[in-house]
Write a protein that binds this ligand. Sequence first.
Ligand SMILES: Cc1cc2nc3c(=O)[nH]c(=O)nc-3n(C[C@H](O)[C@H](O)[C@H](O)COP(=O)(O)OP(=O)(O)OC[C@H]3O[C@@H](n4cnc5c(N)ncnc54)[C@H](O)[C@@H]3O)c2cc1C
Length: 385
Amino acid sequence: MMPRAMPMAFHETDTVVLGLGAMGSAALYHLALRGVPALGIEQFRLGHDRGSTHGPSRVFRPFYANPLYVQMARAAQAQWQELERRTQTSLLRLCGQLVIAQPDNAKFQESLKALQESREDHDVLTRDQVVQQFPMMQLPAGSVACRVPRAGFLEPTYALSILVAEARKAGADAWEEQTVTGLNPRDGRLEITTPDHRILCRRLICTGGSWTASLLPDLQLALKVTRQQKFHFRSSDVADLHPDQVPVYTDYDLNYYGFPVWRGILNVADDNWGDFTDPNEVDRSPDAETRARLQDWVEALFPNRGWQHVHTETCLYTNTPDDDFIIDRHPEVPNVIIGGGLSGHGFKFTPLLGELLVQLALGETPSVDISALGLLPGRNLILKN
Ligand SMILES: Cc1cc2nc3c(=O)[nH]c(=O)nc-3n(C[C@H](O)[C@H](O)[C@H](O)COP(=O)(O)OP(=O)(O)OC[C@H]3O[C@@H](n4cnc5c(N)ncnc54)[C@H](O)[C@@H]3O)c2cc1C
């Protein structure tokens, strides 16, 4: 006799969070703190390395050409620090940022303007002044730099583990290795299905990262997923390259960035889009050409250290056409809130984005005016006619 299929377990809750990466973990945390019955569902193990939120480092910075992100960085800093107080942890390491560019770099100049308008503390330094302040660094000829104190880095894998642990402590459920396979409106509520479970909920926060377009196929979202790699280097000569000596550094002409030596590793990356990929079929082999370019850059910035490449991290960007995030209600199913399209620069805002999604879900006015991050017609985000 054939064994009988196990019946699907049935559950009811107030809010389901689909995807427990950066935004989903933060949304679950905020729901739980407010006492809203909530269930987070993740298709892989929590803290997995197949999406966009893993590894040792993410830049935190207010250096943006769009003042909205300067404002959001401030609000996010307050949230990270509140989370640190609550959990007695160190998450945000404010070692500053040095943005290097040729003086005529338009994006650099626009960002300086945005910092000035937002009254964000910063200094513009000549190349000689940089070498005086950071004698271990060599800058390209003709370049200038902007030093921003309210900047530094975060450790994404660790930060997510803290958010989920706090959410659970405050009463939320967080399931791992359960793939959401169905999402259907049902009498004003939503029915979410996984292979083993059927869940009825009042609202859904959809934070599926690189899977967002396939989770909401009716919208035909114009999201492009790219494969990005970070390269880890070691040297025996790093005593002067730690976060209390060296800031996070970004080259705005090349679009490369890197971190001080942290836990024995210096890691750097190319912020330009990598190859387009299907998130389910990512080539994780190290790209030798990109590795060589970045190694040359590290050797030029911190010369004569004998850098050895020791590891490559592969990660995904989910890019919108304008690089701005999507935080909005589903245009046809208003109890579905979409958080996505973080376009390779969203991690720094994680706890703030979680709060904004929860505010939208609960029908509150968001604490930051995020109307520009909505599914606006001018953004060409929705491809369907
Ligand atoms: C190499 C690299 C470097 C970066 N550097 C920076 C930086 O320096 N500073 C910065 O601010 N940002 C940076 N970012 C961007 C930042 O990390 C991302 O914007 C952010 O982590 C994305 O979070 P997310 O929640 O949208 O996606 P994810 O964290 O990928 O979460 C989505 C989750 O949804 C789950 N999911 C999808 N479909 C389903 C389903 N059907 N059922 C259940 N679960 C599902 C996925 O498994 C995944 O866990 C970087 C990104 C990369 C790749």
